[in-house]
Write a new protein. Structure first.
Length: 171
């Protein structure tokens, strides 16, 4: 089984992915880290040197590579499902999980993370909530197509494992 974690930046996809993979005995793959290892450049530096459309083409190619993998949890970038037909690819290839957060909690997390986000790096903290609100509203159409939706603030790994097992058994 392939499990794709989707959601906004700093929603905890990578942390949840590692935990979920460990509990399931699966492998774990983070698309952003896959990009950085393969091209030996951070996503932030790539955005600054090139541009987002080039990144999104490469990201799509990396996503396509995941559809042959088995027993793996894949953490996507925040924008991955929102470009090309990536959400369709994700839904056909495996089970998708949207890790959703309320905007104030998400903004707090974004302020705390050490890893700079290319699309938010120049936004002052005082304007972050407004920018995230607009950006998330644009992306939620794609995120809401996920097979399973969980709330980040009240997330329970055992409940998520139950939901995944229910999908497998059809109950």
């Amino acid at each position: 089984m392939r499990i794709y974690l989707i959601g906004y930046m700093a929603s905890g996809k990578s942390n949840l992915g590692r935990l979920l993979a460990e509990r399931l005995g699966y492998g774990f793959l983070d698309l952003d880290y896959m990009f950085e290892e393969r091209f030996r450049i951070s996503v932030l530096d790539f955005f600054e040197k090139y541009d987002e459309p080039i990144f999104r083409k490469i990201e799509r190619s990396l996503l396509q590579e995941t559809i042959v993998l088995e027993d793996i949890v894949i953490s996507t970038g925040g924008g991955t499902p929102c470009f090309y037909d990536n959400m369709e690819v994700i839904r056909k290839a495996g089970t998708s999980i949207y890790l959703r957060w309320d905007i104030p909690a998400l903004v707090h997390r974004l302020k705390m993370v050490k890893r700079k986000r290319p699309l938010l790096k120049d936004i002052p903290h005082t304007e972050l909530e407004g920018k995230v609100s607009i950006h998330l509203a644009e992306r939620e159409f794609f995120y809401n197509q996920a097979d399973i939706k969980i709330q980040g603030e009240t997330f329970d790994i055992d409940h998520l494992l139950f939901l995944l097992q229910s999908r497998v058994t059809g109950s």
